[in-house]
Design a protein around this ligand. Sequence first.
Ligand SMILES: NC(=O)c1ccc[n+]([C@@H]2O[C@H](COP(=O)([O-])OP(=O)(O)OC[C@H]3O[C@@H](n4cnc5c(N)ncnc54)[C@H](OP(=O)(O)O)[C@@H]3O)[C@@H](O)[C@H]2O)c1
Length: 377
Amino acid sequence: MKMRTFGKLGIEVSAFGVGCMRFPMIEKNGERVVDEDRAIAMLRTAIDNGVTYVDTAYGYLGGQSEMVVGKALQDGYRDKVNLATKLPCWLVKESADMEKLLQTQLGRLQTDHLDFYLLHALNAERWEQMKAFGAREFLTELKKKGVIKYACFSFHDSFDAFKKILDEYDWDMCQVQYNFMDVENQAGTKGVEYAGSKGIPVVIMEGLLGGKLANAPENVQALYDSYPVKRSPVEWAFRWLCDHPQVGTVLSGVSDMEQVRDNLRIFDTVEAGCMSDPEKALIDQVRAAYKSRILVDCTGCEYCMPCPKNVNIPKTFSIWNNASLYGGLEKGNADYKRMVGEGNDPAACVECGKCMSNCPQHIKIPDMLKKARAALE
Ligand SMILES: NC(=O)c1ccc[n+]([C@@H]2O[C@H](COP(=O)([O-])OP(=O)(O)OC[C@H]3O[C@@H](n4cnc5c(N)ncnc54)[C@H](OP(=O)(O)O)[C@@H]3O)[C@@H](O)[C@H]2O)c1
């Protein structure tokens, strides 16, 4: 496992950080729950093979993620990793809520301290609210008490909002959505470079655009195949990210053991400055080829859910995008029909717009649902 230096913190952290938002799920007593045995085995395999960074959050998998991570980190595993979790800012209604939420998280994670504590999913508006609640003073105090080592934030908004947040507190780390498709989206390349100029390490989320970059459509695969060195699409995506010296850990939300093992292999081969000029040119071509196909920039984070009308928004977009990416409209129609049959009918949308206020990608969801229906119904 390649290690990377975390900017001004000077610590060494594994290039691969396990994102605990996409653990395998099973049906138990009529409920969807994390397949604990498999999730724990995945996390421990990653740690046994050099991973030293684990990322979770209060809300992942309906709160189950923190619980499962807490269990996985028993038997001496806690001391082997940097544990990161996130304060759900949207649940903070008064200053005292921050401490209450933190205590719940420490309990779930079965630990008395966190290495990285992030204000979750900051945007311009949420940052103003959190400042008013005294979030900066709260984080500083937690550091003084040793309850957290590093004060951080994760982010979904424009570069301008990112810069403002970065400049208004002495942050130890920031976490942004970044991949070769998002160079001009959200914090983007400008944001990564700005954080780097301040010595603030950048942790990457959605490096595969929520998995969308893992399976190349024909026109993209043809470009990869034309390159003399053969690499999988996942390998190209992670290689491109790790080329950036500002990047600390790249989180990957692995969903099975095979992906854990594949990523362990990949992150053993990539480091800052690893991309040659022809490799960079290839990724520029790949980006253009993708851009011609993606219909809606949904990453499947599910922040838009639940929908009061039970529309499965991420699934609808995923079916629509996949149909476009793979030219498989027939399969798209079948998947759509099955989803409607399961009681998640996009036609039920009443355009209340509740979903849009939470979407990190700022997708005009009701409009896009209509377009998806027109293509898939
Ligand atoms: N703070 C925030 O606002 C925020 C938002 C989003 C994510 N995050 C964090 O960042 C982490 C990473 O984001 P992400 O999960 O969206 O990352 P990602 O790497 O873009 O996507 C993860 C998906 O990529 C696919 N994948 C991963 N490794 C693979 C491999 N070796 N081969 C083939 N497919 C592979 C899997 O898709 P399939 O399941 O389809 O196979 C997996 O579910 C999350 O887990 C979470 O911890 C934070």
